[in-house]
Design a protein around this ligand. Structure first.
Ligand SMILES: NC(=O)CC[C@H](N)C(=O)O
Length: 359
């Protein structure tokens, strides 16, 4: 079966359909990871987006639920150069096509994803429609042009928990504000002995403080950070009361809560191979990224924040700390999943921050 991706600039990319059939729309973004498609597909931060993989062969180690980052896939479409139909891996429980079919995600294979990526890099992220109904491409282009603006949509309620979930471990007890959290954040904290209590995104500060956690982590998540209104308000109140660690959307929410600004990047950072410099040590880490927004560097100082990490690809802010308060944040993914594990040391730094606060 044929499928097509229509972009709002009028470009069409035809290929072979795999996974689910039908039609869906979203913001078209590219990911430069050479592996890790299971983590990408189940990362709730991709909610509302059609993901294009630049690596030319995807699906070769199949799918297994142990590597999932959430309960399913929230992507609106998945575009690859070549899909592997016969995976080979001891953990594989199924194929990529089967997984996408089960999740209702339309796959499109046979596209020159590098050419598509160059277009997105030149023109910036665009809205698009992925469809297995290919007979009327002009209508698809029109539909792509009339999709709602990405920043006008609230994705967090679709992906985040509605109830408090407790993962028992030892001490300390850490609260995790779930804006669409990747499961590996929980795993990384549990591996360090923590009990993790996951809170819904609209939890009140008083609910979180009632637990008396030693620290609070604000998770990754989808969409424009300025829409995370209740989390921003909650975090503003928690700052100074508990040590805080923001990851990705959590980093942006912390910045906004403390008075800094965010803006949309032209095409974002998505992949497992992004160099970031830790400015305290001068060390460069290859790290896992998935963000389309960034914190404006000039807005950090007035908010009492100091840059701690910087992207070596485009120089944007990748981490900050507060000058006085126990507050740290990174724009990228110390939990990896997928991606290199080298930045897990940031969880150790968070536990040190908790320790210093005498909890
Ligand atoms: N992974 C994330 O938390 C992404 C944060 C935000 N949705 C962005 O695109 O910038």
């Amino acid at each position: 079966m044929q499928a097509v991706l229509a972009l709002e600039d009028g470009t069409l990319y035809y290929g072979r359909a795999f996974g689910a059939g039908g039609e869906n729309w979203g913001e078209v973004v590219f990911n430069t990871g050479m592996t890790g498609y299971e983590g990408v597909l189940t990362d709730p931060s991709y909610c509302g987006q059609i993901v294009v993989m630049t690596y030319p062969l995807v699906g070769n180690y199949g799918i297994n639920s142990e590597d999932f980052e959430s309960r399913g896939s929230f992507v609106r479409g998945f575009v690859v150069r070549e899909v592997c139909d016969r995976p080979s891996n001891w953990k594989a429980a199924g194929t990529l096509a089967e997984f996408l079919a089960n999740e209702g995600v339309i796959g499109l294979a046979g596209v020159d994803t590098r050419a598509l990526t160059r277009r997105l890099r030149t023109k910036g992220t665009m809205r698009g429609i992925i469809s297995t109904k290919t007979s009327d491409p002009e209508t698809l282009i029109e539909k792509a042009r009339s999709c709602p603006d990405f920043s006008a949509q609230d994705f967090i309620p679709t992906v985040a928990t509605k109830e408090i979930v407790r993962y028992d471990g030892g001490d300390p007890v850490v609260a995790l504000i779930d804006l669409g959290a990747k499961q590996n954040i929980v795993r990384c904290l549990q591996r360090r002995g923590c009990t993790v209590v996951v809170f819904p995104p609209d939890s009140l500060p008083a609910d979180i403080l009632a637990l008396d956690p030693a620290g609070v982590v604000i998770s990754n998540g989808p969409g424009d950070p300025v829409r995370a209104v209740s989390a921003i308000a909650a975090v503003r109140e928690l700052a100074g009361k508990k040590p805080l660690f923001g990851i990705c959307l959590g980093h942006q929410v912390l910045a906004l809560a403390l008075g800094a600004r965010t803006y949309k990047l032209k095409f974002g950072h998505r992949g497992s191979n992004h160099p970031v410099k830790d400015l305290a040590t001068g060390k460069v880490y290859i790290s896992s990224h998935n963000h389309g927004f960034s914190v404006a560097e000039e807005s950090l100082g007035p908010a009492g924040l100091v840059i701690t990490h910087r992207s070596l690809n485009d120089g944007t802010v990748e981490g900050f700390r507060h000058r006085e308060l126990p507050v740290m944040a990174v724009q990228y993914h110390p939990e990896a999943g997928p991606g290199p594990h080298d930045s897990e040391y940031l969880f150790d730094e968070f536990l040190e921050l908790i320790g210093r606060e005498g909890n």
